[in-house]
Design a protein around this ligand. Structure first.
Ligand code: PLZ
Length: 462
């Protein structure tokens, strides 16, 4: 398939992108290293880069770097390009919109795209109740606004979040985020009235505990340390992203949801990483039949353009006064056009089915690898959101150094992998849902070779 990016590349005298890995230099190559030197001089050092292979174009599941290397992308820009890089419907929608107009500000002179995206969100998010939406620029901004809306509706101020949770880097969302380094360290003071409860993290429980029990452990703490009547919202990722792809035990989420309902606490599902088909359903809450009061979305919503949303019960969403929600760029028309293209792509290409298929392919292979390499302590995930947690064999002692080493080996071999986790010891895999099976298998082969290489020095393999 020829995309706009392909044509531009041909015009620049570079070959078109094919859906294949191709290494022509070391990764990163000399041109990328030159750019990295410019970056060091020009960009604040706080903005890190994980794999400094500078991208010049991308298509489907492949990134083309400045040296002509084609990399298999198992990161999707942190779960953003689920419909693939430069997805044709996204590119077409964006191109048309850019020709028409780029910005008016929806709060000044509105346009249809914003309304259409809200209609789609109201239709696609869990629950058959009447819903409304509001659009923003980033995930963090969506979470901030969900808290504002929950506070306006309930007249309460406290917010509960969970161990290992990640919700963003703004002041309020830093307070909601669990991990200090690198997200919060030195950046306080943080917003008050944020309380943290223990998560259900099956691999790390000291003793077996089911989902309902883990929920009651959290509820107990919230009741004692905050009081349900003080809580505006419980904000939770149905599957934690940055915290380590933590899938709570079955029953955890529904039990929390029932408790919230019984006490008038708004359940805010942060589906910024899990949403838009990533887990094999439109939203991860659906796997346990939970319909949250509010749901925050971003990332996969718009095929790579910055867009985020809060969607929820119409009565709750309407609690904020007229003019109380907004922002200059929120629901920018180009981003809205991209979102409509991305949503159509998920529906028309059955990407929910693809996510489930890729998920079972990855889980099967990783589970087999875990038998062979005892440093893989746990393999987990849902749909195309899959992870391997690395430990000292026979223990649950995190091995972040191994995760970094395996990831670096993958990078050198043309596979973009990401790590995550409170302990930095989780490898996560987020291929685009349009990635062909053979490319996913090739990526897993590279990963397995990286384990073989890294493990041969520490223990023998059968
Ligand atoms: N909520 C569940 O995953 C963003 C962060 C990367 P923004 N995750 C990637 C980094 O190191 O900054 C995220 C998320 C969940 C909220 C957010 C925040 O979304 O669009 O990055 O603001």
């Amino acid at each position: 398939m020829t995309s706009v990016a392909d044509n531009q590349l041909e015009a620049d005298g570079l070959p078109p992108i094919t859906q294949q890995r191709r290494l022509v230099t070391e990764v990163p190559g000399p041109r990328s290293r030159q750019l990295a030197a410019r970056k060091s001089a020009a960009v604040a050092r706080g903005v890190g880069t994980m794999l400094p292979a500078y991208v010049v174009a991308a298509s489907g599941g492949i990134l083309l770097d400045a040296d002509g290397n084609q990399l298999i992308d198992f990161g999707s820009g942190i779960a953003v390009t689920s419909v693939g890089h430069a997805a044709p419907r996204v590119v077409a929608g964006v191109s048309d919109q850019v020709q028409a107009f780029t910005h008016t500000c929806f709060m000044v002179t509105p346009y249809e795209g914003y309304v259409a995206v809200c209609e789609e969100l109201n239709r696609l998010t869990p629950g058959s109740h009447e819903k409304k939406s509001a659009l923003f620029n980033s995930g963090a901004e969506a979470v901030e606004n969900a808290v504002k809306i929950a506070r306006a509706f309930t007249g309460r101020s406290a917010v509960a979040v969970f161990d290992h949770g990640y919700h963003g880097r703004t002041n309020l969302t830093m307070a909601l985020t669990a991990k200090a380094m690198p997200y919060k360290h030195g950046f306080g003071p943080f917003a008050p009235e944020v309380y943290r409860a223990p998560m259900s993290y099956p691999f790390r429980e000291p003793a077996p505990i089911d989902g309902a029990q883990a929920a009651h452990r959290a509820i107990d703490i919230l009741e004692k340390q905050v009081g349900a009547s003080m809580l505006a919202a419980v904000v939770i990722e149905p599957i934690q992203g940055e915290g380590g792809f933590v899938v709570p035990a079955e029953g955890f989420l529904p039990t929390i949801a029932r408790w919230c309902r019984a006490h008038g606490v708004m359940l805010v599902a942060d589906e910024i990483q899990t949403g838009f088909g990533r887990t094999g359903a439109w939203f991860a809450c659906e796997h346990e039949d939970v319909a949250p009061d509010l749901i925050t979305t971003a990332k996969g919503i718009a095929g790579g353009l910055p867009l985020a949303a809060v969607t929820g019960r119409a009565d709750v969403m309407d609690a904020a006064h007229v003019g109380g929600l907004g922002g200059t760029y929120g629901g920018n028309p180009v981003a809205c056009a991209a979102a409509l293209g991305a949503i159509a792509t998920v529906e028309e290409e059955n990407l929910l089915g693809r996510a489930r298929h890729l998920g079972s392919l990855m889980l099967t292979r990783l589970t087999a690898m875990a038998e062979r390499y005892p440093s893989i302590g746990d393999v987990r995930g849902r749909g195309a959101m899959v992870a391997a947690e690395l430990v000292t064999p026979g223990t649950i002692e995190p091995d972040a150094a191994l995760a970094a080493a395996v990831s670096a080996t993958c990078h050198r071999n043309g596979l973009v992998t990401l790590t995550c986790g409170t302990y930095g010891n989780v490898l996560r895999f987020l291929p685009s849902l349009v990635m062909a099976d053979d490319l996913v298998v090739e990526g897993l082969d590279i990963l397995e070779r990286a384990f073989a290489e890294r493990s041969s020095t520490t223990h023998s393999c059968p």
